[in-house]
Design a protein around this ligand. Structure first.
Ligand code: ATP
Length: 244
């Protein structure tokens, strides 16, 4: 059996005296969409940031992070990106005065630097996935709607051809119809072979799109299972789906 794309083993993270994650474990298999759901402050962003090596200076992580079978816990963010890991942070961090297309091309800078001319093919591929970005390729990123900005953040991440895409709350602040569109696109990404680790407060949408899920509460992974099982679990229904 091939190694999982991502495996997290016994991960503990603290910020000074605050313990934010206790012994977390997680696996993402090739081509899978895996979600971690949970309330505000449960430790979801902490989990993603520690996998990416992007914890703030006050954060301390102990435990194992394996990417395609190799321990990557000691690598810098840039080295992890070079391996094929990519994080789309909650704040999306676009260059608002630059055009949509220039933002996308920045996502491929590592490949351009490596004289990989295929980045133009990748641009075509991203425009196929996001027709809206192609229509608006000359528009300043700062003038895009919230949904279009999220599409641009996703498109820019894909420009680097990652094998693992980590998404921090892609639905945050978006209207329900746009959330539907974004999740439709996340589902479509499956066909491109990229594996996705999706952190969400919108449990309903996340469990619909994911293959497997974990529930995190105050730093502990309290439940896990195939996403369809979690969606039918009475505790998940009561706590996360009742009001969603
Ligand atoms: P949200 O959905 O609100 O972003 P989350 O599930 O992503 O929540 P985290 O942001 O990972 O949760 O936070 C987990 C815990 O760690 C919280 O108690 C939070 O206050 C704390 N925490 C996060 N970042 C820091 C930091 N830089 N310094 C101190 N404590 C932090």
């Amino acid at each position: 059996m091939s190694a999982p794309i991502l495996e997290v083993k016994d991960l503990n993270v603290s910020y000074g005296k605050i313990e934010a994650l206790h012994g977390a474990h997680l696996r993402v298999e090739p081509g899978q969409i895996v979600t971690v759901i949970g309330p505000n402050g449960a430790g979801k962003s902490t989990l993603l940031n520690s996998v990416m090596g992007a914890l703030p200076l006050s954060g301390r992580a102990l435990g194992g992070v394996f990417f395609e079978g190799d321990e990557v816990g000691g690598l810098s963010i840039e080295q992890r990106v070079a391996r094929g890991m990519c994080l789309v942070p909650e704040k999306r961090e676009l260059f608002s005065t630059m055009s949509v297309e220039d933002n996308l091309l920045l996502g491929s800078y590592r490949r351009a630097r490596a004289r990989d001319r295929n980045y133009l093919d990748q641009l075509d591929h991203v425009y196929q996935l996001f027709g809206r970005l192609k229509e608006r390729r000359k528009q300043q990123a700062g003038t895009l709607s919230g949904g279009e900005r999220q599409m641009l953040a996703l498109g820019r991440a894909l420009m680097g051809k990652p094998s693992l895409l980590m998404l921090d709350e892609p639905s945050l602040g978006l209207a329900p119809l746009i959330v539907k569109e974004i999740f439709h696109i996340i589902n479509d990404l499956r066909k491109t072979g990229v594996a996705t680790l999706l952190i969400e407060q919108n449990a309903r949408a996340a469990l619909q799109v994911a293959d497997y899920g974990y529930v995190i509460e105050t730093g502990d992974l309290v439940l896990e299972g195939p996403a369809s099982d979690l969606a039918n679990n009475p505790r998940v229904i009561e706590t996360y789906l009742g009001l969603a």
